[in-house]
Design a protein around this ligand. Structure first.
Ligand code: ARG
Length: 459
């Protein structure tokens, strides 16, 4: 029995190394289950539309179902001697049910078949990714609840900026992840298109019922143009774009945690289970999981760029180049899924070094913005308030003094508007408590947000 789906016009066997160079089976074996499901729907339609005898359709469906079972059980043996998983499954089906299997490929090309499989795979993986993101959000939310009123230094330019609730920072991560889910959901809409029935590129003379296949496979839309259907890989670019943004987010979160975990910051402690040691330096506990999350981001970006590059200048419709879409897609999905699970575990076990957070806030220059806004409250223009406070900070730095150790007389040299009530401003808790704007780090708002996320994430 031939291992190829196209032997007829060839007299010669493939040159040495051609099969291994052109084969994609090692990668597209991931699509095996979807290939069977797609073929089952196609066979049912061929039978229903009387394109093939009903009893043949039944026989094909039965054969495919038994292959599906072996795939699910893990007993199906992928044979590397095939060009791709589609050929492998067709071959196994022929072995099972004989010549009738030859009717399955009626009104179908691998060009529309492979895109159908890939779209089905993408829909399922998007659903799984969304679930994994939600689990990570829940884990981060759990940490936010544990440390809801803990104040830490907030950073801009990696310099002390203003006091902020640690929970507020964690809720920022949850916001980023929520947008990631929205992007995936949006991408999913454009993936949810049945392209099967487009043939190699023109459609078919046979009276196929594409709407029936669409219904059987649970697709929402039907492709409108057969050339576009087999050529389009926008959905993969979009998916990889969404994954790149997720990866960038995870990398930024990882970088925060790496920094906050260093001896220099010493704000958080990452559980040992997510760190590794050094073969030379016995004291080391390195945040390798977080570093690799940061590092692998470049691989995900690489995947996006490789598919974009492959598509650029590619003539319509199908070209074999398109086969190269799958490796970057599959590997990126796998990486992101792994990372989401690891990060969920990491956040569930994260500990905050409260003492050090307090120590870091002893640097009273972090209250400078609060002081300037205090002066605004006394009627001073913000630019003047900024200038007054800047001079005050400089003075304290020069004389190695803390702002709270100055007396009112000294403060009044900078502005007559300073009254005794300024001193109450110089502590982290009142700094966050006095924030008034919606979305600010005020604990009242943050607690409301936590409640809101409880609802959204169904905690
Ligand atoms: N392995 C191929 C791919 O992934 C399947 C389609 C092959 N089509 C063809 N006309 N050679 O694109």
């Amino acid at each position: 029995m031939a291992k190829k789906l196209w032997g007829g016009r060839f007299n010669k066997a493939l040159a040495k190394d051609v099969l291994s160079f052109t084969s994609s089976i090692n990668i597209d074996k991931t699509l095996a289950i979807y290939d069977c499901l797609g073929s089952i729907a196609h066979a049912k339609m061929l039978g229903k539309a009387k394109i093939i005898p009903a009893k043949d359709a039944k026989k094909i469906v039965k054969g495919l179902k038994s292959i599906l079972t072996s795939l699910k059980k893990g007993t199906f043996k992928v044979d590397k001697g095939f060009e791709d998983i589609h050929s492998n499954i067709q071959y196994v089906l022929t072995k099972k049910i004989g010549k009738t299997a030859g009717r399955l490929h009626t009104a179908r090309s691998r060009n529309d078949q492979v895109v159908t499989d890939t779209r089905m795979y993408c829909k399922d993986t998007i659903d799984a990714l969304i679930r994994s993101i939600t689990l990570l959000q829940k884990s981060v939310l759990g940490a936010a609840k544990k440390y809801v009123t803990l104040v830490i230094p907030g950073y801009t330019h990696l310099e002390h900026a203003q006091p902020v609730l640690f929970s507020h920072l964690l809720l920022a991560y949850i916001e980023m992840l929520e947008r990631d889910k929205e992007r995936l959901e949006d991408t999913r809409k454009r993936i949810d298109v049945l392209v099967l029935g487009s043939g190699a590129l023109t459609g078919t003379t046979l009276p196929i019922d594409r709407n029936y296949v669409k219904k059987l496979l649970g697709f929402k839309y039907l492709s409108r143009n057969s050339i576009d259907a087999v050529s389009d890989r926008d959905f993969i670019v979009e998916f990889l774009g969404a994954l790149s943004i997720i990866s960038m987010h995870l990398s930024r979160i990882a970088e925060d945690m790496i920094l906050y975990g260093t001896k220099e910051f010493d704000l958080i402690e990452i559980d040992e289970r997510f760190c590794t040691g050094s073969s030379l330096m016995p004291q080391k506990k390195n945040p390798d999981v977080l570093e690799l999350i940061r590092g692998k981001t470049s691989q995900i970006y690489g995947s996006l760029v490789s598919v974009l590059g492959m598509l650029k200048g590619l003539p319509l419709s199908y070209n074999r180049d398109l086969q190269l879409d799958k490796e970057p897609l599959f590997s990126s999905i796998e990486t992101i899924n792994e990372e989401l699970k690891l990060l969920a575990g990491l956040f569930a076990s994260i500990k905050i070094n409260k003492k050090n957070a307090g120590k870091a806030l002893k640097d009273e220059t972090i209250f400078a913005t609060d002081i300037a806004e205090y002066l605004v409250g006394k009627g001073i223009a913000f630019r003047d308030a900024h200038d007054i406070t800047g001079k005050l900070v400089k003075y304290c730095e020069k004389h190695n003094k803390n702002i709270s150790t100055l007396d009112i007389k000294e403060l009044n040299k900078f502005s007559k508007c300073f009254k005794k009530d300024i001193f109450a401003r110089l502590n982290p808790e009142s700094s966050v408590r006095l924030k008034k704007s919606i979305g600010s780090t005020n604990p009242v708002f943050v607690k409301k947000q936590i409640k809101n996320w409880n609802k959204i994430l169904k905690v």
